[in-house]
Design a protein around this ligand. Structure first.
Ligand SMILES: *Cc1c(COP(=O)(O)O)cnc(C)c1O
Length: 371
């Protein structure tokens, strides 16, 4: 089998070039109107995003990390409050809790790589205020199991849905189960913009008011300052691009699910790999494959081998789960999460990869284990 010219892990330039003229037209339209901050494109995008997710409100903010910080502030999480979250997440999830004065309490991931509902209860103390499931890799956590634990212990649910836009559990969108859900539009996220961007989803009108104040200097609808606030707005240029991309986002999701199906068919029988759940494995979950993360025997050798064959792969977050950042004061031991991070590897998963390229990745992985 001859090698294609190279399969990048994520084709940043190609995603622009394949739609260059329409994207430039969207941007030119915004710039010709001089419409940069909180203009109609932002408002329209927020409306479309709310409709798409089924959330009552959606508000653009500067990035996905700010979305969590502002969401937590609006929800009243503050100094000394403990928030339980998985160690299998980006540092931003824990950092947001720290930045509002709270204490991130880290928990194990389960077999599907999500926050393990069974590991929440014994981490609850008298200071625990909330649990923050993270819908990692485009899969919504088992929200009925997490909901039961949260109810039993009187915990608020807040969601990091940075990687979950479009995924569902029991028909309901990631980010719409809790007091709020955060979304990230970082370029490599499911719905990416050309820079930083984020959004907060909420079904709660009081939360909505707080969020609007917090993201814009505490200014109310009349422009009067009535509270302390940040400057954290999704800029209008990014919002216009996102609004344009959202129109075809369902097709993007279909494509990602199809690529996942190809990986499943091509690699599902290998004993050396544990694949993520297949697209139709479980009727409760609708997964959108932000990433295609496998667990692999001889992971580092596999990564090197694929690299030699021109295939870009990534060990997420440099192979470091949050609890291993001892410099940040974490002391908890999470052996299941440690084990996962020794084996995890992300294969190329994006809307630009072709069927032939996926076949080449599959053949290469198989060749590695056959050798
Ligand atoms: C990307 C990401 C964030 C942060 O989003 P930014 O837009 O980069 O600030 C938070 N949590 C998770 C799980 C993420 O993947």
């Amino acid at each position: 089998m001859t090698a294609p010219p190279g399969i990048p892990f994520f084709p940043y330039t190609q995603l622009f070039l394949s739609k260059e003229s329409e994207l430039l037209a969207v941007m030119a339209d915004v710039c010709r109107r001089g419409a940069y901050i909180l203009q109609k494109d932002s408002l329209e995008f927020e409306k479309s995003l709310a409709e798409f997710t089924g959330a009552r409100h959606a508000f653009g903010v500067a990035n996905g990390t700010d979305a969590i910080i502002i969401g937590l502030k609006a929800a009243g999480i503050g100094p000394g409050d403990e928030v339980i979250l998985p160690s299998h997440t980006y540092i931003a999830t824990a950092a947001a809790v720290h930045m509002v004065g709270g204490i991130p309490v880290l928990a194990e991931c389960g077999a599907d790589h999500m926050l393990d509902p069974g590991d929440i209860a014994h981490r609850v103390t008298s200071k625990t205020k909330a649990v923050m499931p993270v819908h990692i890799n485009g899969r919504t956590c088992d929200m009925s199991a997490i909901g039961r634990v949260a109810d039993r212990h009187g915990l608020m649910i807040v969601e990091d849905a940075a990687q979950g836009l479009g995924s569902r559990f029991d028909g309901r969108s990631a980010g719409t189960f809790g007091r709020f859900g955060s979304i990230s539009f970082y370029p490599a996220k499911l719905l990416g913009c050309f820079g930083d961007g984020g959004a907060i989803l909420t079904n709660d009108d009081t939360m909505a008011e707080q969020i609007l104040l917090l993201r814009d200097h505490g200014r109310n609808a009349e422009g009067r300052v009535v509270a302390w606030g940040y400057n954290s707005r999704l800029d209008n240029l990014q919002a216009a691009v996102l609004g344009h991309k959202l129109k075809t986002f369902r097709e993007d999701i279909d494509r990602r699910r199809f690529v996942a199906e190809l990986y499943q068919k091509g690699l599902g029988d290998l004993d050396e790999l544990d694949l993520p759940p297949a697209p139709n494995a479980d009727s409760c979950h609708f997964d959108v494959y932000q990433n295609y993360e496998v667990e692999a025997d001889r992971r580092d050798e596999l990564k090197a081998y694929l690299g030699q064959r021109g295939i870009g792969t990534i060990i997420q977050w440099g192979g470091t789960p949050v609890h291993q950042f001892r410099e940040l004061g974490f002391t908890v031991d999470l052996p299941r999460t440690d084990r996962f991070f020794e084996r995890c590897l992300m294969l190329p998963m994006n809307v630009a990869i072709t069927d032939a390229e996926v076949a080449y990745v599959v053949a290469s992985v198989r060749a590695f284990y056959a050798a």
